[in-house]
Design a protein around this ligand. Structure first.
Ligand SMILES: [Zn+2]
Length: 240
């Protein structure tokens, strides 16, 4: 018994003398909302990032496939096709691979987001209401969609690595939009999925990432595409 105890203590001693365990910290992006807007000529940044860590935008590991699920409850007729289109567009703009994991009835809420780095749940996207999702609670009635991401910074010694590990996208079930064209569910999905990838709002109203969807914009614009490339595969892999 004493020998066993001594062995345990010795083992503990060896572990304690090793390098410090990695320290992981969880962060949540602020809620974001997009609404339909009147034509604007606002100028400014063509793209921004949700957050920057050590001079680099936070982003997913673009070398690991991003899985996603779709909420069927409360869905808009024809909406799934537009979400699939938007995901293919975002995948192409970022060089990431997206894998569809099937349908769920769970509402997109903050509870879906990972709390530790041990899991990377699928991105959840779907229509819901303020009564069923904290993402839409307290938002103006004009809000079309809200996205929240969960990202982690892990420090090993003097090195800190960051990566997004989860996202939920809530589309407002009470709004009535066309499926495609300007200010449509397709453009709302593109806007929200760009947030999910790590983009913030553009100050320029020429971009789809402007917080007010602009008449005439039916797709990602030049600045949006530059921003998406900067959080994509061309920037290299991330090992969290
Ligand atoms: Zn937005």
């Amino acid at each position: 018994m004493l020998r066993r105890l001594a062995l345990l203590l010795a083992t503990f001693g060896v572990l304690a003398a090793g390098p410090a365990a990695p320290v992981a910290q969880r962060h949540l992006s602020d809620f974001d909302d997009v609404v339909a807007g009147a034509a604007s000529t606002a100028a400014g940044s063509a793209y921004t990032f949700t957050a920057v860590s050590q001079g680099r935008p936070i982003r997913w590991d673009p070398c690991t496939p991003i899985h996603w699920k779709y909420r069927t409850s409360g869905q808009v007729v024809g909406g799934f096709t537009q979400v699939v289109r938007a995901i293919a567009r975002i995948a192409g703009a970022t060089g990431t691979t997206w894998v569809y994991d099937g349908a769920v009835t769970t509402a997109p809420t903050s509870a879906w987001l990972p709390k530790t780095t041990s899991s990377q749940p699928p991105v959840l996207i779907g229509w819901t209401t303020a009564a069923h999702s904290d993402l839409l609670q307290g938002q103006s009635t004009g809000v079309l969609g809200v996205t929240r991401t969960s990202w982690f910074s892990v420090t090993r010694g003097t090195t800190t690595t960051t990566a997004i590990r989860g996202a939920v996208v809530a589309l407002n079930q009470n709004k009535h939009l066309p499926l495609t064209g300007p200010t449509s569910w397709y453009t709302v999905a593109l806007h929200e999925l760009s947030h999910a990838m790590g983009l913030g709002h553009a100050a320029s109203s020429k971009e789809l990432m402007y917080p007010l969807l602009q008449p005439g914009l039916r797709d990602l614009q030049a600045g949006d595409l530059v921003g998406l490339a900067r959080v994509g595969r061309s920037e290299g892999c991330i090992h969290l």
